[in-house]
Design a protein around this ligand. Structure first.
Ligand code: PAF
Length: 284
C-alpha cells in the first residue's frame, strides 16, 4: 500500500501539485463528496491508469445542496473512504474544510449557462452553480492533467465539459460508465439511505429504462418511452420527478428517436431521490 498524503487546504494542494508537475509527473483528479463505493473505486482506478499520480478530493460541498436536510443527511464515512483510497493506491487525498473553500466574504459563482437550466437544474435550483464553482476550485487547487467523473451524473458531466471548454481550463474531462449493483441499481452514496423495501423497488428505474429502450424503434415517439419508464417506476411505489429523452450533447428534449438519444430519470423511493440515465441507440 502507498502512503496516502492528506492535503487539507487549497494552498497545500497547489504547492504539492506545482512541485509534482515541475518534476514531470502527470496528475489525475477524481472529485468526490466521500461516502465512497465501488462506483468511486472505478473512477479512481481509471484515474490511476491515466496518470502518474492520482488525487481523490473528498468535500461535501454545501453550495450544491438545494435542501439543507439533504446536506445534513448526506452520508459521511471518512475513515472507510480513506481506507478505500489506500487500498486503490491513491497518492493524495484533498480534503479541504468548508471555511478553506469558502472563506468569509466568498462571493463568486460560476454560472453554468443553458445546459444547467433543465432537468436537475430545474428541480434543484442552484445545484449546478454550486457544482460548477466547486469543481472549478478543485481543478484550480489540484491542477490535474485529467479529471474523471461518473456518467451516472450525465448532466453534471456535460456541464463540466462545457465549462472546461468555455473557460479554457487545461484539463481533460473523462466520463466513466455507471457502475451498477447486480440487480441494476446505479451505485450512489445515497443508496445507503434506502430501506430494504425501497432499495428493491428502486431497481424498477433500470428495469423500466431497459424495457422501454428494448421496445424503441427507429423514430419512436419519446413521449411513449417516457410514459413507459414512468409507469414502471410508479407501479413499484416510486414518485417520478422527471423522465426525459434528450439530445446527448445539448440536453434539449427530442420528440422522436431519429438519432441517438439519452434517457434521463429522477425519481423518489422512500424519501430518497435517485437519478439514472441510459443511451437510446437509434435503430436504422
Ligand atoms: O458528483 C459529485 O460527487 C459532486 O457533484 C462533485 C463533482 C464532487 C462536486 O462536488
Amino acid at each position: 500500500m502507498t502512503q496516502l498524503l492528506h492535503l487539507t487546504s487549497p494552498l497545500d494542494a497547489q504547492l504539492w501539485a506545482t512541485e509534482r508537475r515541475h518534476e514531470g509527473s502527470s496528475i489525475a483528479l477524481a472529485p468526490t463528496m466521500g461516502a465512497l463505493h465501488n462506483g468511486h473505486a472505478a473512477l479512481m482506478e481509471r484515474a490511476a491508469e491515466l496518470s502518474d499520480l492520482t488525487v481523490v478530493s473528498i468535500f461535501v460541498n454545501p453550495t450544491q445542496f438545494d435542501r439543507s436536510d439533504d446536506f445534513e443527511m448526506y452520508p459521511r464515512t471518512l475513515e472507510d473512504d480513506l481506507r478505500l483510497c489506500e487500498s486503490v493506491g491513491i497518492d493524495a487525498v484533498y480534503m479541504p474544510t468548508a471555511s478553506a473553500m469558502y472563506p468569509a466574504g466568498f462571493d463568486t459563482t460560476i454560472d453554468p449557462g443553458a445546459l444547467a437550466k433543465r432537468w436537475e437544474g430545474e428541480h434543484r435550483v442552484g445545484h449546478f452553480a454550486g457544482v460548477a464553482t466547486v469543481v472549478t476550485k478543485l481543478l484550480t487547487a489540484v491542477q490535474p492533467h485529467v479529471a474523471v467523473f461518473g456518467e451516472k451524473d450525465f448532466q453534471q458531466l456535460a456541464i463540466i465539459k462545457h465549462i472546461v471548454r468555455d473557460l479554457g481550463l487545461p484539463v481533460d474531462i473523462i466520463g466513466i460508465p455507471t457502475i451498477r449493483e447486480d440487480d441494476g441499481l446505479a451505485m450512489s452514496s445515497r443508496n445507503v439511505r434506502l430501506t430494504p423495501e425501497a432499495r428493491a423497488d428502486a431497481t424498477s428505474i433500470k428495469r423500466g429504462m431497459d424495457e422501454a429502450i428494448g421496445r424503441s424503434q427507429h423514430a419512436s415517439d419519446t413521449s411513449q418511452i417516457a410514459e413507459d419508464v414512468t409507469s414502471a417506476i410508479t407501479e413499484c411505489g416510486g414518485t417520478v420527478e422527471y423522465v426525459a429523452v434528450v439530445d446527448p450533447n445539448t440536453l434539449e428534449p427530442m420528440m422522436t428517436v431519429d438519432r441517438d438519444a439519452q434517457l434521463l430519470v429522477a425519481a423518489w423511493f422512500g424519501g430518497v431521490r435517485l437519478i439514472d440515465n441510459a443511451r437510446i441507440p437509434v435503430h436504422s
